[in-house]
Design a protein around this ligand. Structure first.
Ligand code: SF4
Length: 51
């Protein structure tokens, strides 16, 4: 895996040590009905809670 996605969501199935995301690809969405303006307006749709 050559991607370098860093993520702090440590209860995600794809999360790994060093805040590395181990998913091959992630899908980031706009969380608002308007144009995203700030960081908080975006989110990772690939997130999957650990079981
Ligand atoms: S899939 Fe999304 S939420 Fe999960 S570790 Fe990767 S970037 Fe973070």
């Amino acid at each position: 895996m050559n991607q370098r996605i860093l993520c702090e969501v440590d209860n995600c199935t794809y999360w790994g040590k060093g805040n590395r995301c181990n998913a091959d690809v992630i899908y980031v969405t706009n969380q608002t009905a308007e144009e995203a303006i700030d960081t908080e307006d975006t989110g990772c749709k690939t997130f999957k809670p650990e079981e």
